[in-house]
Ligand binder design. Structure first.
Ligand code: CUA
Length: 331
């Protein structure tokens, strides 16, 4: 894997961040996204048809001579074309839209997952029965993770959204519409995927310098695989003792990051217990490789301008390499 410490960093990051998974509302793979897509096409085709008729009437009007048509004919056009037709069309659209609204936010019948938008990453907690708790302002505890959300196929997963800092917006275009993550309140979004796959999500509300680098992945799998995944994520770290862990603690990483099963229990930054099981690091920025972890630790600002994590580039290279190798082993 290529190093990311050069001035070519940003184009490389954009190229990489675009290469996995669909991120288009036109590739609907969820119930809500499909409804929104239908609404979009009906509105677009209807608007184009009406526009064509209006232009045709306008063109015809330029070809008529004064007195060619009676005043009555003009009045008929205004009443039927200008009043009745728009009233009927708009009423039908309103009725259809209102009918659709309850379907857009149905009750969940799957797991509940808390997602907290934080500058500039996503805190994730899978709800687990018998394990209540609080994730920031969200009334749910359970199994912590970050920047990658697994959900079961065909179930209506309830996403509880909040934020401790500024307003973010949670958006997975192929699955559902946007929903804001607002400090001080809990918003609710239902994801009902109809296809398995990996989908790209993004923060859709400007929240600071690294807003554009605040992505995430949604992984849709069959329900049994989902249950297995959450069970695995609930386990403590795979390699609880190593030189890398000692260096992690000695250099202060534990002040912000937790690795369950080891002494580090910081809550400011992402939980790193199963870091290597995630597809990306830095909230969807680059693939999870030991080289990328080392580069990120040395210079996080190169990946995400404005990130709160300090740079550790002053550490000896072999110490960073050992920390990265250990983090890269935490599957
Ligand atoms: Cu978070 Cu934009």
């Amino acid at each position: 894997m290529k190093k990311f410490r050069t001035s070519r960093t940003f184009p490389a990051i954009f190229a990489l961040s675009a290469c996995e998974g669909p991120q288009s509302a036109f590739d609907a793979a969820g119930a809500e996204a499909a409804r929104v897509l239908t609404l979009f096409w009906v509105m677009l085709i209807g608007a184009v048809a009406i526009w064509a008729v209006v232009v045709a009437i306008g063109y015809y009007a330029t070809k008529t001579r004064p007195g060619q048509h009676s005043e009555k004919a003009g009045l008929r056009l205004i009443i039927w074309g200008g009043c009745v037709f728009p009233t009927v069309v708009l009423a039908m659209l309103l009725f259809w839209g209102l009918r659709m609204m309850p379907d857009l936010r149905p009750p969940g019948d799957g797991p509940t997952i808390a997602v907290s938008g934080e500058r500039f990453w996503w805190r994730v907690a899978y709800g687990v029965e018998g394990e209540p708790g609080v994730v920031r302002n969200l009334p749910i505890g359970g199994v912590p993770s970050a920047n990658e959300i697994w959900i079961p196929l065909g179930k209506r997963t309830e996403i509880l959204l909040g934020s401790p800092d500024v307003i973010h917006s949670f958006w997975v275009p192929p699955l559902a519409g946007k929903m804001d993550a607002i400090p001080g309140r809990v918003n609710r979004l239902i994801l009902e995927p109809t296809e398995v796959g990996v989908f790209n999500g993004a923060c859709a509300e400007f929240c600071g310098t690294a807003h554009a680098q605040m992505g995430f992945r949604v992984v849709v799998v069959p329900e049994t695989e989902f249950t297995e995944y959450v069970r695995a994520q609930a386990q403590p770290a795979a390699v609880p003792e190593s030189e890398g862990l000692d260096l992690f603690i000695r250099n202060g990483c534990a002040a912000c990051h937790a690795i369950r099963g080891t002494p580090p229990d910081g809550v400011v930054g992402p939980d790193l217990t199963h870091l290597a099981s995630r597809r990306t690091i830095g909230a969807g920025i680059v693939p999870t490789t030991v080289e990328n972890i080392a580069d990120f630790v040395a210079s996080p600002d190169h990946f995400k301008p404005g990130i709160e994590m300090p740079a550790f580039g002053m550490l000896p290279k072999d110490e960073i390499a050992q920390i990265a190798a250990w983090l890269g082993s935490l599957e």
